[in-house]
Design a protein around this ligand. Structure first.
Ligand code: ASP
Ligand code: MG
Length: 401
């Protein structure tokens, strides 16, 4: 089998950890696999490099940041290759450029455009273990680029796709994707399988496991991911196309997003163009609007409510105050959160939403806003009930079973 393995920051967080990873890689090689291993920088290293740059400048040039930040991954790639060589394995370390990863030239957030796999394939044919520095590539103009925070996952998925690997194993310090955050609900259970779409909706649950962009790419390229822990030998969670799923599950998980704030605009003139203008201005400021509710109008006036990330509320308020329209009143509430119930089974079942509403109601939790998609129900509620709501819903859908 041709396997792409990726080890995250904590998995290679110390020299001892790198040694352990080397042993794990060696074991897989001994099993007869061809291996491409993508590594992150040692945990904390990328942040440290960013701090170094900020010592000299508040706005360091992005081109230079990319040269700086790409070095973290090169350290681990070369050390891992050296460790493997010392154990008697033929290993070779490569930078993103050497591995053929071509990107556009948006420094610090580059997109992978293509991968030239010749060099990689040549090394694999020699029987070598190829270690690739994650998170980086090279632009058309020959500049080093990086792929955005957490971008080593993206490197791994893209390489697995380009090489048509048989498996893409992503190792972190968590042993998979859980039905909810185990710190909130200790009865949370590790899932054997989750579809790409569910995973994207549950991104907050998988945040420490997989970067979101890499899940999108895996879906696009049809790369089947196994998320595992490098600290244990447990099975992990498979992330793949939903039709691979053996049994139809209604609900896969419950997510809680505390980084939400609500904006309520009252007594807006109800005529064409008002919503367009408000949301256009917010978009231009790159403020992500999530849920939107507009009430039926009365006497030519209407109310409009929406949510934005809490960290963007102050900017959103500024935008609204500068719209110049006669908004009767605007109020802002930071103390809200979003609870989401996610499952592909919802597509073919009705009544799942009603069950969620009933469960929250019987616990006296008021729902302020609701939005749904084919596979998700999200509810905005008072932040102080967020964790309770997660436990209540986890129980209702019997996710511990
Ligand atoms: N080292 C980079 C970061 O911290 C990329 C990665 O770890 O995937 O964002
Ligand atoms: Mg990571």
């Amino acid at each position: 089998m041709l396997i792409v393995q990726k080890y995250g920051g904590t998995s290679v967080g110390s020299l001892e950890r790198i040694e352990k990873v080397a042993r794990r890689v060696a074991r897989s090689k001994d099993d007869g696999n061809e291996l491409v291993v993508v590594v992150s920088a040692m945990s904390g290293e990328t942040n440290k490099l960013i701090e170094y740059a900020h010592h000299f400048s508040r706005t360091p040039s992005k081109r230079e940041m990319d040269i700086l930040l790409s070095s973290g991954e090169r350290v681990t790639a070369s050390l891992l290759a050296i460790a493997l060589q010392e154990m008697g394995y033929d290993a070779i370390a490569m930078t993103g450029r050497q591995a053929g990863i071509k990107t556009d030239d948006s420094h610090t957030y580059a997109r992978i455009e293509s991968i030239k796999t010749e060099a990689l394939t040549r090394e694999l044919e020699k029987g070598r273990i190829v270690i690739v520095a994650g998170f980086q590539g090279i632009s058309e103009s020959g500049n080093v680029t990086t792929l955005g925070r957490g971008g080593s996952d993206l490197s791994a998925v893209a390489l697995a796709g380009a090489l048509k690997a048989d498996a893409c194993e992503i190792y972190s310090d968590v042993d998979g994707i859980y039905t909810t955050d185990p710190r909130i609900e200790p009865k949370a259970r590790k899932l054997d399988f989750i579809s790409y779409d569910e995973m994207l909706e549950l991104s907050s649950l998988g945040a420490k496991v997989l970067q979101n962009r890499s899940v999108e790419l895996a879906k696009k390229m049809g790369v089947r991911i196994v998320a595992k822990s490098s600290f244990s030998d447990s099975e992990g969670t498979i992330i793949a196309q939903e039709d691979e799923k053996m049994e139809a599950v209604l609900v896969s998980g419950i997510a809680l997003d505390k980084n939400q704030a609500r904006v309520s605009l009252r007594d807006l003139p109800d005529r064409p163009g008002i919503a367009a203008e408000i949301f256009d201005r917010l978009a231009k400021e790159q403020i992500n609007v999530d849920m939107i509710i507009q009430n039926a109008s009365r006497e030519g006036m209407t109310n409009l409510g929406f949510t934005v990330p809490q960290s963007e509320l102050a900017r959103a308020a500024k935008v609204i105050e500068s719209t110049g329209h006669k908004i009767g009143s605007a109020d802002y509430d930071e103390n809200v959160c979003k609870v989401s119930v996610v499952g592909v089974g919802m597509k073919s079942h009705s009544g799942i939403a009603a069950e969620a509403f009933k469960a929250l109601a019987s616990n006296n939790i008021n729902i302020e806003m609701i939005s749904t998609s084919e596979i998700k129900i999200s509810m905005i509620i008072d932040e102080k009930f967020g964790e309770l709501a997660v436990r209540v819903l986890h129980e209702v859908y019997e996710l511990d079973k």
